[in-house]
Design a protein around this ligand. Sequence first.
Ligand SMILES: N[C@H](CCC[C@H](N)C(=O)O)C(=O)O
Length: 278
Amino acid sequence: MKFTKMHGCGNDYVYVNCFEEKVEDPSETAIKVSDRHFGIGSDGLILIKPSKTADFEMEMYNADGSEGSMCGNGIRCVAKYVYDFGLTDQKNIRVATKSGIKDLELTVEGEKVSQVRVNMGEPVFEAEKIPVLSETNQVIGEPVTVEGREYYMTCISMGNPHAVVPLKELENLKIEETGPKFEKMESFPDRVNTEFVKVLDRHTIQMRVWERGSGETYACGTGACAAAVAAITNHWVEDSPVKVKLLGGDLEIFWDHAENTVYMTGPATIVYSGEINL
Ligand SMILES: N[C@H](CCC[C@H](N)C(=O)O)C(=O)O
């Protein structure tokens, strides 16, 4: 199977051009290619497919083979792939995902995409739409005890579920212990992506993330959007734009309150193309 390895702020996926390749069992393939010792090594698998309703379709799988409904870093890389490899010459494209069609604006430098601005849609606070089991209709700054320690959680969907948790410092966070406890909390029937956030100033937050189905990643685009929206909602920061500093790079998030729409701007990088015998 031919593939291209790409990443958005270090959130790396194996991309397959399904205009040319056929992937029989994407879930199993995601598990195989994601293995960092016996496979290619990635946070998951992303299929670039023809679409009847948009210019392209993105189908995304986490490293454990579970299908994700949206991937912010991934969709920026899809845009870079289709432009740089000549599948389109348009700088405004629409990509269908399981969480709806997303509008993307490509910045091109030297005939290559350098960064992409994505309309990530509306942040969803209704508990049942995230989903999170709660006595209240929204979960904003709610206390929750994990491993005997109290945290305050804000839950938002960006097309996939997120729990945003503020912390005074991130350096000593044992994310490989704490992350899975949040991911598999009973309150989250579909599991959850968890963002641990430290406020740096009135327009900047630092974030580590434990992703549903992939563990700690160097960045999470939907998670950065959820974290920025939670930071504004809880008045941890002034308002947009919010710079989100992640292990693998920075993303800029803008919440247009009038449209109730979140925009994410960031880079996309091609690492290499190759072929794997599955
Ligand atoms: N793990 C996520 C999908 C990938 C999201 C993330 N990599 C991003 O950039 O948005 C989920 O299962 O909902």
